[in-house]
Design a protein around this ligand. Structure first.
Ligand code: EPZ
Length: 424
């Protein structure tokens, strides 16, 4: 298992280019199951979750052809289609569940394992009840046997009106994909509206899907008979962008972040301005300068888009450890998403947890030691802490990080961070 060795504190300056969004690319790739014609997807991030999704598609019978730089794939359908999403692939990635709706919609059957992925919700796990209940309303019947969902439909799925009891990114994506070839009109109410979902609907629309957003959280899909050949470029990764913005703010940096539309991360940029960062935004670029002294902030709460994202909560927590006073962050999306706190404490952070709120004391003198990654964004937080800490930090289990950040050590090295991958 690979580790990172980081020598801090680091100075950050220069330019970094943002990769394609993992969380936009995953549903887009899953939705290629709906096509008969070839699809070309550009700007794919080369991260492990994308490889896992491509392997899953291959295991179902899709043919995958990479461009030279492996950031563009052409995906063809083959005649030998399978309907089986195996545990061995789905156990490593939550987004694997997104094949269920497209398979049932297109082929009227699927046997699909319950998915794995980051453990973020303590003992509650990460349920898929919202996905299953909504698909049931569209005519999918299912049984659960030995960890597998055995699903089928009697012909095409039927359009329905579905009001989610809770906003869910994955369940919204699942339903949109399932409704594209369904019979009639589907209305999804209380839908998630993350930019990655808009990227999925833009992709499907580019292939002829009839999708319209009506009001803020309502999506209307009218089923079409088939989708056309299309070429689509995945949006930039807003969580990678946020992570680099935090890195620059934390390390008194002077950083230009390229290939990203800053308009979609206004909430995060406003928070960074509040802590003292100087930010200039351009059409597809951000120029960020970190302050000499980081100011504390109270009552940051994670929320669905366009609130503050849970996927940046661990990284902002590191930033606030260096603030000149106490701050607090409340986690509203995933109850158990504070596993990184224990590791940050090993580096000298002073953080207390009260229910789903973390109180961050600030003014911490972080000092390098050995820490262990527990999930994707927690790993990013530990790398950031290593950048701010004095001396040598070893971050182990970085396979979590490799799931979602493309060659992060190369990007960080280029902007001045002393970081080395140690492969054992
Ligand atoms: C997506 O996960 C992202 N993953 C996550 O990013 C992100 O943290 C999350 O949305 C929230 O923004 C991908 O896009 C691949 P949800 P998802 O369904 O879809 C509960 C990262 O680091 N819920 O919006 O799984 C659930 O337990 C990852 O890149 C149900 O109760 O999240 C949670 O409390 C980690 N029943 C809340 O809803 C369900 O059937 C929101 O989850 C589904 C979800």
């Amino acid at each position: 298992m690979d580790k990172f060795k980081i020598i801090g504190p680091s100075k950050i300056s220069g330019e970094v280019s943002i990769s394609g969004s993992k969380n936009a690319a995953l549903p887009i790739l899953a939705s290629t199951l709906l096509f008969d014609k070839p699809v070309v997807i550009e700007n794919l991030p080369r991260v492990r979750d994308i490889d896992t999704m491509l392997n899953l598609l291959k295991s179902l019978g899709s043919k995958i052809q990479f461009s030279k730089n492996k950031k563009t794939v052409k995906i063809y359908k083959t005649k030998k289609y399978k309907y089986f999403g195996s545990y061995s692939i789905l156990k490593t990635m939550r987004a694997g569940i997104l094949i269920l709706g497209p398979l049932v919609s297109k082929y009227h059957k699927s046997i699909c394992s319950f998915p794995g992925g980051c453990v973020l919700n303590g003992n509650s796990g990460r349920p898929v009840n919202l996905h299953l209940n909504a698909l049931k309303k569209m005519g999918m019947k299912y049984e659960i046997k030995k960890g597998y969902i055995h699903a089928k439909s009697n012909g095409k799925l039927k359009g329905a009106t579905i009001k989610f009891p809770k906003i869910s990114v994955g369940a919204t994506e699942q339903l949109i994909m399932s409704a594209v070839l369904a019979e009639g009109r589907t209305l999804i109410k209380h839908a998630a509206i993350e930019p990655e979902i808009k990227d999925l609907t833009n992709f499907l629309k580019s292939a002829g899907a009839n999708i319209k957003w009506i009001g803020k959280r309502t999506c209307q899909i009218i089923g079409v008979n088939s989708l056309n050949q299309t070429t689509y470029s995945v949006m930039g990764d807003r969580i990678e962008t946020g992570t680099f913005c935090v890195a620059a703010t934390l390390a008194k940096g002077n950083l230009i972040i390229k290939n990203f539309n800053p308009k979609i991360i206004q909430t995060e940029l406003n928070l960074l301005k509040k802590v003292g960062a100087k930010i200039k935004i351009f059409q597809s670029k951000i120029h960020i300068k970190g302050p000499q002294k980081i100011k504390n902030i109270n009552n940051i709460t994670t929320k669905e888009y366009n609130g503050f994202p849970t996927d940046l909560q661990p990284q902002f927590m590191v930033l606030l450890c260096k603030a000149n006073g106490a701050s607090s962050i409340t986690e509203n999306i995933f109850q158990g998403r504070f596993i990184h706190v224990m590791e940050l404490q090993r580096l000298g952070a002073k953080i207390k947890i009260k229910n789903n709120t973390a109180i961050i004391e600030g003014n911490s003198n972080l000092s390098g030691t050995e820490v262990m990654s527990s999930d994707l964004r927690a790993s990013a937080a530990l790398v950031l802490a290593g950048i701010a800490a004095k001396g040598e930090t070893i971050v182990s289990r970085i396979y979590h990080l490799d799931r979602g950040y493309e060659k992060i050590e190369n990007k960080l090295k280029k902007i001045g961070v002393k970081i080395k991958r140690i492969s054992l």
